[in-house]
Write a protein that binds this ligand. Sequence first.
Ligand SMILES: [Mg+2]
Length: 390
Amino acid sequence: MKITGVRCIPLSHAVPPEKRQRSDLGTRVKNDSTLIMVDTDDGLTGMGAALGNPEVVRAIVEFELAPALIGMDPMFSERIYEVMYNGSRAIPAIRQGWAQPEPTRRRGTVMEAISGIDLAVWDVKAQGMGVPIYKALGAVRDQVRSYASGGWAPGDEAEAEMAGYAAKGFTAVKMRVVGHDGFSFEKAVRRIAAARRGIGPDVELFIDAHGALDVSTSIRLAKLVEEYDISWFEEPISPDDHAGLRLVRQATSIPIATGEREFTRFDFADLLDHQALDIAQPDIGRAGGFTEIRRISALTSARQVRLAPHAWSNGVLFAASIHLACHCPNCRILEVSQAHMPMMYELFEEPFDIGADGEVRPPEKPGLGFTLREDALERFKYIPGPSSVW
Ligand SMILES: [Mg+2]
């Protein structure tokens, strides 16, 4: 099997005003995605997806990454990743066995594009093997526990919102530290107390600050909410401050989760060096696809750090995250978005198998195992412009 082409399809979905979630990240007015298709000479096509601005992703794929991949065999998925990451120095890098990355490819949108291509390569490779991706990777489980990821409601409304997710069958739920009503210690504690009331004592509760706080604010908040039995505090501070994250972790009994904005195993190695986390949350569309996250999984497992893949944005990335979660032995739980996301839930013919027990099951069809709806490209036609506004 040889790669004959790599194509990008930019997609958007405008979020209607009444469905817009406001958080410390601003207000999301549309969701963007880029589908990445890897065509081969035996007629099979692999499908991946990238985060990042679709027009930027397309330029990177078209001009930077794709030319070197034409003629390569998808079974050489590790080589394909090394070629994308190391660029012109891929040959000596592979010969010598150490990394010699092209400067612009280590992080940022280029790594998001590399991640997206890696997913498509694994899809077509698994199709060629006739097995679902999680079995091509090596399965450790055939279903994975999941959590409902939402929690934007202000004040006491958090009680009903979070109770609603528990009523769907989820045994764990996540809420934002900063809700629609903004941040103060009083507001955050009130919302978290309401959430715990809503879900009762037996459902796990995670909180996520999106990196919006600083070290002292995070520590003070953690101490105020420890009594509500929080199973993890996600991104309390800027993801760039690994030393600061260690300080937060040392100051609270709440486990620290982070990683959705990190790139490659090198970022996670630095988090481990700083003893800054308990739960690693690589995003399959950012950290380096299946190829690199397998390495992150092995690396983190050596320090008893567990994986909780960050899964957002679109159906391809969620589907890939299900396969990933069924492969990584140290996966603790998988994220299931509760936001208004038609590009996640209405992209494919097949519905996701999210059980009333909160368990998610991968498809058994070869490859990624999902088929684009016939009207998907028309319905999710790309809309230029910023996706979030303040
Ligand atoms: Mg998060």
